[in-house]
Design a protein around this ligand. Structure first.
Ligand SMILES: NC(=O)c1ccc[n+]([C@@H]2O[C@H](COP(=O)([O-])OP(=O)(O)OC[C@H]3O[C@@H](n4cnc5c(N)ncnc54)[C@H](O)[C@@H]3O)[C@@H](O)[C@H]2O)c1
Ligand SMILES: O=C(O)CC[C@@H](O)C(=O)O
Length: 528
């Protein structure tokens, strides 16, 4: 099988070798396309690789019927409609680590440039102005750097600022006082950071909570003469409020690599001498571009070949060693979900997946996802995949619950899937038996021992003499051979079940005949 990969932004030539060297990948790179051109091209590609220029919109995603993965050579995925990608089952991967150093170094360059007016002095000198008075700067040593967002880049900036002998105070919702102590910095609230800092730098993603986190009120809390840097995302700083704060001399200087709208031309901030700016160059180094292109190319190859990656943005990631441990259960989990979809005709409101035994010690999120995928697949077909299973379940009003229990029922591991509808609860449990593989060991409250595959018939009937014979006879009359049969009951003469594995799928009229037998309450054909 050959996979087709389209690259729509300039990516490091050096970095895309994992794609170019793969025999099963056909790579096409065309940049600067219009939206219409990109729409047309994408109809028969399996993967799309972008930097930040290409806007991967819902419309683009809806039309790219073959697309399975979108790779972002960089961190921020705000140019990709994640919700649409998830809905259409398209995995989005980024390259979160490759440009961290470059972004941190760019931030330090901005801070130093702001402190010493280097770009302004350079520009003046090139206009034959030898002006030493106008460009007197301030030292960084001994000043306080306030960092909003202490993730990968923020932490690297903190370490470098300490090298400049700066004091660092940071706010990040995940930063504990103990972690701050270990890093030799102070932690505080956003207000603490704003009030204490001589220099401020933001390193958050652009989210609802971080949009305009540096706004008019924030500027009011800052020290007079503060210098501020944004090498993260446009929109974290309210540009109008920044403009006002510079005009009012609250802010002595701003270093901007990113803007609310990019590319930016004729912006009022760019007319101010206190502002120094670069056109989103934080990740623009030979090393960063090579790193991110290699990382994202490797991930795209892995995903297209059916593997897993730690960098999926629209799917929880699970470490590879855990993935290896739970991998043997993937198929069983999906089949339990599908089995339940056959058993129950009413709308499912809840799905519960219970894990017992050694499985209860592991991160089983991918198994739960597979169970949900199996449940939905019966009615939604191949539209449902690992990426959109939880999303589609939520859309259908199904809540997903994952629980770890100690009830192994004597098995080393037990995986139980249960669905609840308005009027009933149905349950099926399975395990892996050494040498025998996956087995269904329980259906509702009946014990079983069944390999979950092939053509099956699930029958609820009266426990009475002749019932099994009548079912067998009817199938024989229709030339349907029974491969295996399991029966279960809770009490003599009460309700019982039969689980048949047959050699060919049951036709609808044969199923109807089974249902008409007086001993039979209900019969369901199951295809696993
Ligand atoms: N200019 C560039 O070329 C360039 C290059 C690399 C990264 N970036 C951008 O830099 C930013 C940081 O990248 P990263 O790799 O460090 O990301 P990251 O995910 O490692 O770190 C982001 C941090 O922000 C924190 N955060 C989230 N909401 C917050 C809030 N309300 N207040 C304070 N902190 C909050 C998170 O907890 C996290 O620790 C991203 O926006 C990324 O897109 C830009
Ligand atoms: O592609 C780029 O150069 C920008 C990347 C950067 O903004 C990121 O979020 O990784």
């Amino acid at each position: 099988m050959t996979y087709r990969v389209f690259i729509s932004d300039p990516l490091s030539e050096d970095g895309i070798y994992p794609l170019q060297e793969a025999d099963d990948m056909e790579v096409v790179q065309e940049t600067d396309l219009t939206n219409e051109q990109l729409h047309e091209r994408l109809t028969d590609y399996d993967a799309l690789l972008v930097r930040s220029q290409t806007k991967v919109t819902r419309e683009l995603i809806e039309n790219a019927h073959r697309l399975k993965v979108i790779g972002r050579a960089g961190v921020g995925v705000d140019n990709i409609d994640l919700e649409a990608a998830t809905e259409y089952g398209i995995m989005v991967v980024n390259a979160p680590d490759g440009n961290t150093n470059s972004a941190a170094e760019h931030t330090m360059a901005m801070l130093a440039s702001l402190a010493r007016n280097i770009p302004q002095a350079d520009a003046a000198l090139k206009q034959n102005r030898w002006d030493r008075k106008a460009y007197v700067g301030v030292e960084m040593k001994g000043k306080t750097l306030g960092i909003v967002g202490l993730g990968r880049v923020g932490a690297e900036v903190a370490a470098r600022a300490q090298g400049q002998r700066m004091n660092v105070i940071a706010y990040d919702p995940f930063l504990t006082a103990e972690q701050a102590d270990n890093l030799g910095i102070r932690s505080g609230s956003v207000a603490d950071v704003l009030q204490a800092a001589d220099f401020i730098t933001a390193h958050t993603p652009l989210l609802n909570e971080t949009k305009h986190i540096i706004n008019k009120e924030a500027f009011e809390q800052m020290k007079d003469g503060v210098r501020i840097v944004n090498c993260a995302r446009g929109g974290i700083i309210d540009e109008d409020a920044l403009y006002e704060a510079i005009i009012n001399q609250k802010v002595a200087g701003a270093g901007l690599d990113v803007f609310e709208e990019e590319p930016v031309y004729d912006h009022k901030l760019l007319e101010l001498p206190e502002v120094i700016a670069t056109p989103h160059l934080g990740a623009s180094t030979v090393e960063a571009q090579r790193n991110v292109a290699i990382d994202v190319s490797n991930d795209v190859v892995t995903i297209l070949r059916g593997g897993v990656t730690q960098n999926a943005v629209n799917m929880p990631s699970v470490p590879q060693d855990i993935m290896n441990q739970i991998a043997p259960y993937f198929d069983l989990a999906a089949k339990l979900g599908t089995f339940l979809a056959y058993l129950e005709q009413d709308a499912v409101e809840e799905i519960h997946v219970y894990y017992a035994g050694e499985l209860a010690e592991m991160d089983v999120t991918p198994l739960t996802r597979n169970t949900v995928k199996g449940l939905l697949k019966r009615h939604l077909g191949n539209r449902v995949n690992d990426v959109n299973a939880a999303f589609l379940a939520e859309k259908k009003g199904i809540t997903i619950h994952e629980q770890k229990t100690s009830a192994t029922n004597g098995f080393t591991d037990l995986l139980t899937a249960e669905i609840k509808t308005k009027s009933s609860i149905r349950q099926v449990a399975g395990t892996l038996l050494r040498g025998l593989g996956a087995r269904i060991v329980k259906i509702d409250h009946y014990s079983m021992d069944l390999s979950p595959q092939g053509h099956m018939v699930f029958i609820r009937h009266n426990d009475q003499p002749g019932a099994i014979g009548r079912v067998g006879g009817l199938l024989a009359d229709n030339q349907v051979n029974i491969a295996t049969m399991q029966v279960g009951r809770t009490e003599i003469g009460g309700e019982a079940i039969m689980m048949l594995v047959i050699d060919k799928p049951l036709k609808q009229h044969e199923l109807n005949q089974l249902k008409e037998l007086t001993e039979v309450h209900d019969a369901t054909a199951v295809e696993l």
